[in-house]
Ligand binder design. Structure first.
Ligand SMILES: [Zn+2]
Ligand SMILES: [Zn+2]
Length: 443
C-alpha cells in the first residue's frame, strides 16, 4: 500500500491520560497569545499550552502574556476548545477575540477549518495568500488533534523487524516497504476508543477514514524521523554499532522531544542494527521534561542489543564539564541536534557557542537538522565562520512528513521537521587554521 507521504513543528502536545479529573489547572493558554511573525517555534502550539506541569511552560506563557495566570478545564470538550482558542485570531488583520467589536465573531475558513477571520472582507483580501496553503493547513488542523493519541499510547504504533539490510533503507518508501500490514495497524488506531473520544469532543466533524489514516502516518513519521535520522548519521559517519557500543548525545533536546518520552522511543535503532553491541542515547538540553528517561547516563557499557535512554536537563557544555569530564558519562561517538535554532538570533548563537566550539575541538561527529533551506543557509554560514569542517548537507530522506504551521503566521509556507541536515566534524583544515588549533576551547 502506498501511503501518501508527500505531504510534518513539532507541535508540542501534552495531554495526560488521567482526564477528566475535576479541575485541571493549567498555566495560561494563548488567549493572551499575541500573533507573532517570526520563524518556527514549536512552543507556540496549542497542545503545548494544555499541559499541567511542564517545566518552562510558565516561562513560555509569561513571554506571551506578561504574567502567569491559571486556566483550567473540566473535560475533554473544554480541553479541545482551549486548544483551539490558541488559534483564534484573524489571519487577515491579526485581531484577537477581545479586539472584535460587538456582534463580530471569528469564523473559520470552511475549507481548512484551521484559520479564522473577523469579517468576510478580511477573508476575501487574505485569500490570494491563504489559497496557497489552505489545502496543507487542512491537514495540519487534523494532525494537531490526532496528535493527542501520542499521549494516550495509541501512537506510535509498533513497527516491523527490518527485512532489508540497513544500507538499503535509504528513504521512507524503503522503510514502508518493510511494513506489510501497515494498513491493519492504521485501521486499529482508527477504530480505537480514544479516536472516538477525540472526535466526539473536538470542535469539528470526524474526517473521512483515508484522511485519518494519512494523519496517523504523518504523526508517526515525525516520531520516527528522529530515530531514522540518528541511524542515518551512524552510517554516514561509518560508526559500527556491531564492533562496539555507541554513545549518542541528542543535544538541545526540546520539550516536544522529551515530553512523554519513553524508554523505548529509540528502539527502532535495534531493528535497524540487530545484534548491535549496545546503543546509549542521552538527551541533553535546558528544556528537557521530567519523565521515565530522566535517569543518569551509563558509566559502563550498556546491555547488548538494547537501546538505553537517559536524559539530563541543562546546557550541553555544562553537562560536558560536570558529567562527561568527570567520567560520569561516556564521551559521545555521535552528537545530534534536531533544530538547534542557533541561526535565529544573536542570543541563541551565544548560548550555543560554547557547545559548538566544544564539538569542534573535541572532533565529535555531529549532525544537526533544520526546518528549511533558509535555516540551512544561515546555519551553514555560522558553522563556516566557526571554521567547522562541514562534511555534508542537504535534504533529509527521513524528513518528517507532517506539515508544521507557523501558528502566529498561518499563511507562511508550512515546514517539515528535520527536512534538511548538516553534518560536520572537527576543525576545517586549512593553512590559516594551523594557528587556531588548540587555542579555541576556552570553557
Ligand atoms: Zn480581520
Ligand atoms: Zn483555509
Amino acid at each position: 500500500m502506498y501511503i501518501y507521504i508527500c505531504i510534518c513543528i513539532c507541535i508540542s502536545q501534552a495531554f495526560t491520560q488521567d482526564l477528566p479529573p475535576p479541575l485541571h489547572p493549567i498555566p495560561a493558554t494563548s488567549q493572551s497569545f499575541t500573533p507573532r511573525t517570526d520563524s518556527v517555534f514549536s512552543d507556540s502550539s496549542g497542545f503545548f499550552s494544555m499541559d499541567t506541569n511542564v517545566p518552562g511552560l510558565s516561562k513560555l506563557c509569561l513571554s506571551k502574556s506578561g504574567k502567569p495566570k491559571g486556566i483550567s478545564f473540566r473535560n475533554y470538550k473544554e480541553m479541545f476548545q482551549k486548544m483551539e482558542e490558541t488559534f483564534k485570531f484573524c489571519t487577515g488583520c491579526n485581531a484577537l477575540p477581545e479586539n472584535l467589536i460587538e456582534g463580530q465573531s471569528l469564523k473559520r475558513c470552511i475549507k481548512c477549518l484551521n484559520v479564522y477571520y473577523c469579517t468576510k472582507e478580511c477573508q476575501k483580501n487574505n485569500w490570494p495568500l491563504h489559497k496557497k496553503v489552505c489545502k496543507t493547513l487542512r491537514l495540519v488542523a487534523i494532525d494537531r488533534l490526532v496528535e493527542w493519541l501520542m499521549f494516550l499510547g495509541d501512537l506510535p504504533f509498533p513497527t516491523n523487524k527490518w527485512t532489508k539490510p540497513t544500507s538499503q533503507v535509504k528513504c521512507w518508501d524503503d522503510w514502508l516497504s518493510m511494513q506489510d500490514d501497515l494498513s491493519a495497524r492504521l485501521d486499529a488506531i482508527l477504530a480505537s476508543p480514544n479516536m472516538e473520544t477525540l472526535w466526539k469532543n473536538a470542535s469539528r466533524p470526524r474526517p473521512e477514514d483515508p484522511d485519518l489514516r494519512q494523519s496517523v502516518w504523518r504523526i508517526q513519521s515525525e516520531f520516527l524521523s528522529r530515530v531514522l535520522t540518528v541511524g542515518m548519521a551512524i552510517q554516514q559517519f561509518s560508526l559500527d554499532p556491531y564492533a562496539k557500543p555507541l554513545t549518542i548525545h541528542i543535544i538541545g533536546a526540546s520539550h516536544n522531544e522529551t515530553m512523554g518520552a519513553k524508554l523505548t522511543d529509540y528502539d527502532e535503532l535495534s531493528r535497524m542494527f540487530p545484534e548491535h553491541q549496545g546503543i546509549e542515547v542521552v538527551m541533553v538540553g535546558p528544556e528537557v521534561v521530567d519523565g521515565p528517561i530522566m535517569r543518569p547516563p551509563l558509566r559502563a557499557f550498556g546491555p547488548r542489543k538494547r537501546v538505553f535512554m537517559s536524559a539530563h536537563k541543562g546546557l550541553y557544555h555544562e553537562f560536558w564539564e560536570d558529567v562527561v569530564e568527570k567520567e560520569e558519562a561516556a564521551r559521545p561517538d555521535l552528537v545530534l541536534g534536531f533544530h538547534p535554532g542557533f541561526h535565529a538570533n544573536q542570543g541563541l548563537i551565544e548560548g550555543w557557542l560554547p557547545t559548538l566550539l566544544l564539538l569542534r575541538d573535541y572532533n565529535v561527529p555531529t549532525l544537526f537538522t533544520v526546518f528549511n533551506e533558509n535555516e540551512l543557509k544561515y546555519s551553514l554560514e555560522i558553522l563556516l565562520e566557526l571554521e567547522m569542517n562541514i562534511q555534508d548537507s542537504g535534504a533529509n530522506p527521513f524528513s518528517s512528513q507532517k506539515p508544521e504551521q507557523v501558528q502566529s503566521s498561518p499563511n507562511t509556507k508550512p515546514v517539515y521537521c528535520s527536512a534538511h541536515y548538516i553534518r560536520f566534524q572537527g576543525l576545517l583544515q586549512s593553512p590559516s587554521n594551523s594557528s587556531v588549533l588548540g587555542k579555541s576551547l576556552e570553557l
